[in-house]
Design a protein around this ligand. Structure first.
Ligand code: 13P
Length: 334
């Protein structure tokens, strides 16, 4: 694969992994975005989603804390209320444009309660189009549920194979893959179990990436933190989460990987930031790290906005406050 221009990929990675900045996940599918709107009584329309994304993407000063934004197909084509494309606005701010390229989860036949991620069909053409729209990186999410019987080795292998194939397609188009194997927070498991599962998932992923000759220095890992299950009786504290997460990553993630970013995964916003801060206290690590939250950054701002123009300023304040705290946490300074 010597036609891959590794220097281009590395340059994108280094722009994404700037100290004190993170990658905003604003790539919720229409269905996920609508579900959040519904719970707040916001109309589930394309125009409301556009207004919400405008609040986030066009907030003055967000570029101080945000190196890149992951967009959804609908958003990468949308404009602000004056008709200027969001992609143009982001470029002017020096914020990199990312795109979600997977097409969601489907049941993994024969494996009750497990999923595989869709989206490889036609992916080269879609990646080419997103590149022409300004994207420089692309995300693909696989999800693994912890239960007595899951995840199975089959599901780990199958999803790792899909992640590796998508990563190759991205790199062939000079697009940095942001590879996201999420171990879900749902469940009653303890942190030891999360450690065991996350270790297996990451090892399986890096085996597949090696098999497909993916360039690790032109790739970003988007990972869950190692956490006790949401309904676990004795949830581990932030210091323990920091230690477990760093130990698992050091064991499983090769030092050549371009960067490691964290999803929030349904933690409360404060919890996600506090845990991230504890992880960052272990720096220097073999790779740069950053936050890449959706809910932990957006939730309070969305509830404050609630679809009303008169609330935009207050909602932006809440958003900027979350960004600022996560920026401090990136340096372990919270
Ligand atoms: P959360 O931070 O809400 O988990 O979202 C991050 C993400 O990109 C999920 O795919």
């Amino acid at each position: 694969m010597d036609h891959i221009e590794i220097e281009k990929l590395k340059s994108t990675v280094s722009k994404m992994m700037i100290d004190g900045k993170g990658v905003l996940a604003a790539d919720e599918s229409t269905k996920s975005c609508n579900a959040r709107f519904q719970s707040l009584g916001i109309p589930e329309t394309e125009e409301e989603r556009r207004r919400w994304r405008e609040l986030l993407l066009c907030a003055p000063g967000m570029e101080e804390y945000v190196s890149g934004v992951i967009l959804y197909d609908e958003t990468i084509r949308q404009s602000d209320s004056d008709g200027k494309l969001f992609t143009e606005i982001l470029k002017e701010k020096g914020v990199l444009i990312g795109i979600k390229v997977d097409e969601g989860l489907q049941d993994y036949i024969g494996h009750t309660g497990e999923t595989v991620t869709m989206g490889l069909n036609g992916l080269p053409a879609r990646v080419q189009e997103y590149k022409s729209l300004g994207a420089t990186f692309a995300k693909w999410r696989a999800a693994f549920k912890i239960s007595e019987f899951t995840p199975t080795d089959d599901a780990i292998r199958e999803n790792a194979e899909l992640l590796a194939r998508y990563a190759v397609i991205c790199q062939e188009h000079d697009i940095v893959p942001m590879v996201e194997p999420e171990v879900l927070l749902d469940g009653t498991h303890d942190i030891e179990k999360a450690k065991e599962v996350t270790t297996k998932v990451l090892k399986g992923l890096f085996e597949s990436l090696a098999k497909h000759h993916v360039h690790l220095d032109g790739l970003i890992l988007k990972t869950s933190m190692v956490l006790s299950g949401k309904d676990s009786e004795n949830r581990a504290d932030a210091k323990t989460v920091g230690e477990y997460t760093v130990n698992v990553l050091k064991e499983c993630v090769p030092a050549e990987v371009g960067g490691v970013v964290f999803l929030s995964g349904g933690q409360t916003p404060d919890e996600a930031t506090e845990n991230f801060n504890e992880i960052a206290k272990h720096e220097p690590l073999p790779w740069k790290i950053a936050f890449s939250f959706s809910r932990a950054i957006q939730n309070d701002a969305l509830a404050t906005w609630a679809g009303k123009s008169s609330n935009i300023d207050l909602a932006r304040e809440a958003y900027m406050e979350r960004l600022k705290n996560n920026s401090l946490a990136d340096k372990g300074l919270l």
